[in-house]
Design a protein around this ligand. Sequence first.
Ligand code: UGA
Length: 443
Amino acid sequence: MNICIVGTGYVGLVAAACLSEMGNDVTCIDINPDVVDLLNSGKIHIFEPGLESLVSRNAAEGRLTFSTDLAEGMKDALFVFSCVGTPSRPDGSCDLSYVDEVAAQIGQIIEDYKIIINKSTVPVGTADRVKEIIESKLKERGKHVEFDVVSNPEFLKEGDAVNDFMKPDRVIVGTDNVRTAKLLETLYAPFARSRDKMIVMGVRSAEMTKYAANCMLATKISFMNEVANMCETVGADVREVRAGIGSDRRIGYHFIYPGVGYGGSCFPKDVRALIDTAKAYGCMSSLVEAVDSVNNRQKRMLADKIIRFFEEQGGVAGKTLALWGLAFKANTDDIRESAALDVIQVLTDAGMTVKAYDPVAGDNAARKLEGNELVAVLESQYGPVEGADALAVITDWNQFRNPDFTRIKKILKTPVVFDGRNLYSRSFMKDMGFSYISIGRQP
Ligand code: UGA
């Protein structure tokens, strides 16, 4: 099948690589010619495990090409995926300008029947909006061309994106057109091998499903963060509580790890966008609003603990913190809405110096933090620890799970570890002689 994909971000590029891997001819469009050249040479501009080899193999075999020319990409394509960014506006609403722009361009060049597929995370009603934009452009051209607009949200996670696309829990297709649904079933058959993985529904239900899924997961995390904070006060241990509740299959173990608050390009943005949609339609959104505010509080929780700890020693001003982990989670170089940035902001505002390390997100963070003279991003894991007053772990990279604590104790000025991900055993840290402060557990 011939496919055109607009956008080479995490969603567009992963979809393009995986669809071409199944034998489809895919042209992926981006407005940036440098990105297009890089991708055509088989290299990728984002960090995503397993993606580069998939892109380079399919590009070399001629099934996957990259271009800046949407008209060329759309010429023979039946399916046109819109995978452009939908960032948050300052008021929390979803900025649809890229989606609108793609729809307008499609309306200006469409010549024959196409299935336009919204894969970006977009508020309820966006498929109708895209349809109207294309129709108005066709009207301006005095043309009548048949087309369908489908909602097909994506559920991949950064860091495991290829695996999630190749073996999805479900494929959601929102359309009222039976024939279009059948064509999408054929397209997705190699991925959604068992029939019940393909869930066809109304367009607005599909759009809502994406927000409901992300907000449900964000709710689990915020709930668990609140439980963790209570555990600290009432003398309980959230790791034990998690094991106790996760064993109930109705609750499950997934997405109930407390920590430094959820970050990334999806949960924070989507939670705010759902609140905005609720407001626009005059609905209640008290629970989702609480999820957002608990998360905002949680993102600075570790910094508050660090400030409290140093209060008895003259405050954090003039002290140095070694910080491990800048990415919003492990296995990505993405620092969007990362809790590390909040922690750094709070501590440097209070006069603390932060020396940070991340296995892959260091360069992105250094660019973002440029100008803050109290921050340095170093290239070695133990470099920041040398002579620091404490170590804080923010991201759950595997290489932080079993570090050389004998060395850390030797090179830290004082043996203090703040753990934002509960990676270590309390008894082990105590035996090693560390003051150990984590999340939802007793010091
Ligand atoms: C999330 C969803 O998991 C995907 O299904 C969805 O497709 C994607 O958003 C999207 O809408 O594009 P992602 O943002 O890549 O994926 O990352 P997650 O693995 O979900 O983690 C999000 C945040 O929650 C991270 O900061 C992570 O550290 C945190 N988290 C996750 C916790 O604090 N506790 C947990 O138990 C799980």
